[in-house]
Ligand binder design. Structure first.
Ligand code: CA
Length: 230
């Protein structure tokens, strides 16, 4: 038996029950806890494949839980936040969370996020040491600094190429505006975020080139962007 294991961290009992019932009926293996301290010890001892983490916990800040896990593990973390916690959600992503769900969320939404996390895990295992990245028709040869769509080399500006590589290396993960601008420009001012929007639009145009089935980049309004695994 090789089930995908989820650690559920949620202090709100009805929400926790809804999550665990859903996981059970979809054949996931799971553990559930209701505070940050238990989240840390269970992550270490159970070695789950993904953590579903509520940000508003009784004993510690969810963001602190993420920071602590990230000092020793790259495990996918999906945060669950209330709408009023938008800033915390972004803080959580910057601290290393992969993705987020905003309450109230549907069961289908949660399962979809788990599938993305699952895929990221398998891609990370396969490609961590590869010098060539493949996704759908996209191929990036990091060593030569070239990107291709099918057999055609893409004509990218240096910034577009940097953006593309950053997204590719984090495929499946939501990257915040701040994270991206810090990595591409080395700073994160309002102007950089405005430029990011422009560069992202032109990169997307080159990547998706009129082909509706090739949607590589997902926009998260007010949050950031994610490259999807096609
Ligand atoms: Ca809570």
């Amino acid at each position: 038996m090789n089930k995908f294991t989820v650690l559920v961290v949620e202090d709100d009992t009805p929400v926790r029950n809804l999550i665990t019932t859903t996981l059970k009926s979809h054949d996931y293996k799971y553990y559930s806890v209701s505070c940050g301290r238990d989240a840390l010890s269970e992550t270490a001892s159970r070695n789950p494949d993904t953590v579903l983490l509520d940000l508003g916990l009784p004993d510690m800040d969810g963001v602190e839980v993420i920071k602590s896990i990230r000092t020793w593990s790259n495990i996918p973390i999906i945060v669950i936040s209330a709408r009023s916690e938008d800033d915390e959600k972004i803080e959580a992503l910057d601290a290393g969370a992969d993705d987020y769900l905003t309450k109230p969320f549907s069961v289908e939404e949660m399962l979809a996020r788990l599938r993305v996390a699952q895929r990221r895990l398998s891609i990370a295992e396969q490609t961590s040491n590869e010098s060539v990245f493949y996704n759908g028709r996209l191929k990036i040869d990091f060593a030569s600094g070239c990107a291709f769509l099918g057999n055609e080399e893409m004509h990218l500006t240096p910034i577009e190429y940097k953006l593309l590589c950053l997204m590719a290396k984090n495929v499946g993960k939501v990257l915040t505006h701040t994270y991206i601008t810090k990595n591409v420009w080395g700073s994160s001012w309002e102007n950089d975020i405005a430029s990011l929007r422009v560069f992202m639009a032109s990169l997307r145009k080159k990547l998706e080139s009129g082909d509706e089935s090739q949607q590589y980049i997902q926009t998260h309004i007010g949050v950031g962007y994610r490259m999807m695994k096609l």
